[in-house]
Design a protein around this ligand. Structure first.
Ligand SMILES: Cc1ncc(COP(=O)(O)O)c(C=O)c1O
Length: 394
């Protein structure tokens, strides 16, 4: 069981008081979570104690070597991969574009790539660009706009013998839908295609295991799991070794460092280590249980509100506590502004989830309001959000 007050004391930014005299509710977790104290201290500690390039003859440099190796081990444990398959980068988008560029040599005009209508654009545009540069075809796996889940019936049409790459999300940053990787991995394996999982929205909400899931590559971002702005890519080491990423001549020719362009942000790597130390302590199963309480409370509170439409899964299972809603007679921006006057931070628009928003018919209508909780929220935070939603009728 999580102790909400103890949890909250670990997040200094959650102490902010809003315009009504109550603590601000940062209900924009899918846009980025607040940083935990161990991440903040690790970043500051690294800079305070001194930093240097890796692989030098002196002590500070060797400390940085040990830091990078230690955090690679931690990340490997967190996402279920081999330490030498962990690549650090500025964010998920940059790492994905980097990988897509490296795949250009392996994809041709007779090949196809499968994308989904549930993904954030960081798991769509890099593949559209790859296809445009190589002449490959992109086929989409459809989204059922009513259930907010991917239509597995469209898998067969989207994945065929020409498919070289199957991409899909771990969870939707717009609708909160959690995606079971199994059917995608099975369909990809049947035709010998690589799989790429966008684990950004899944990482703070559910356990991830790249090897157990059977995916070749996954990517996520530490600022979505209580750490600093930094990205992570984890891949089958054989695939990483086999591809030839863009790199400088003197940069390493082997190992994950071969994939890291320029000097890494060692302070961010230290911060990732701090965030993962915290997650080890709290335990993901406790997070899952607490978040499922938050989800049930929100769903049962929102259902009777006739002026509020929930987009995405209406059931508490197989989803994160991320909710897209629209309100009769109010634009999403007007709703977000009204929330802000109550000291509640929610996002309005499409949050780069172009495909799902288009599939739901919301893209040209200003998108939707996204209310996104994390494990550091309490049930009374959910109640405050519901009270504002209820009042927005009148
Ligand atoms: C599901 C999902 N994928 C990818 C991204 C892009 O991540 P980054 O900002 O690290 O590039 C985001 C960011 O919001 C996201 O929510």
């Amino acid at each position: 069981m999580l102790d909400p007050d103890r949890i909250r004391s670990r997040f200094p930014a959650l102490r902010e008081i809003g315009p009504t005299g109550l603590p601000v509710i940062h209900a924009d977790a899918p846009g980025g979570t607040q940083a935990v104290d161990t991440a903040i201290e690790a970043i500051a500690g690294h800079l305070r104690e001194g930093s240097a390039n890796q692989h030098g003859a002196f002590a500070v440099s060797q400390r940085v070597d040990r830091l990078v190796a230690r955090v690679r081990d931690q990340v490997a444990g967190f996402v279920g991969t081999e330490p030498d398959s962990v690549v650090f980068g500025p964010n998920m988008t940059t790492l994905t574009i980097h990988l897509a560029r490296a795949l250009e040599a392996r994809i041709g005009p007779d090949d196809a790539i499968a994308c989904t209508r549930l993904d954030h654009d960081a798991n769509v545009s890099p593949w559209l660009t790859l296809a445009a540069r190589t002449g490959a075809t992109v086929r989409f796996i459809d989204l059922d706009p009513v259930s907010g889940r991917l239509d597995l019936g469209s898998l067969d049409a989207a994945i065929g013998p020409d498919t070289k790459l199957v991409t899909f999300p771990g969870a939707s940053n717009a609708l909160g839908t959690i995606v079971d990787p199994e059917p995608f991995v099975t369909a990809a394996r049947a035709v010998g295609a690589w799989t790429f999982l966008d684990a950004v929205h899944l990482a703070p909400h559910a356990p991830i295991d790249r090897r157990a899931m059977g995916v070749d590559v996954l990517a996520c971002s530490a600022y979505k799991f209580f750490g600093p702005h930094a990205g992570l890519l984890a891949a089958d080491p054989a695939l990483l070794a086999d591809l030839a990423p863009d790199k400088l001549r003197p940069a390493p020719d082997t190992g994950p460092d071969r994939w890291q362009t320029g000097t890494a942000s060692f302070e961010a790597i230290a911060g990732i280590g701090g965030a993962l130390e915290y997650l080890d302590e709290v335990r993901m199963d406790a997070i899952v249980t607490h978040e499922s309480d938050l989800t049930e409370r929100f769903l049962s509170g929102v259902a009777p509100l006739r002026h509020v439409q929930l987009h995405g899964p209406a059931e508490a299972t197989g989803r994160t506590p991320t909710f897209a809603v629209t309100l009769d007679g109010l634009t999403p921006t007007a709703v977000a502004e009204a929330f802000a006057t109550h000291g509640i931070n929610v996002w309005a628009g499409h949050y780069y989830a172009l495909e799902p928003m288009r599939a739901l018919g919301l893209l040209d209508a200003g998108g939707a309001v996204r209310i996104g909780f994390a494990h550091y929220h309490r049930t009374d935070d959910v109640d405050r959000v519901l009270e504002v939603l209820a009042d927005l009728t009148r």
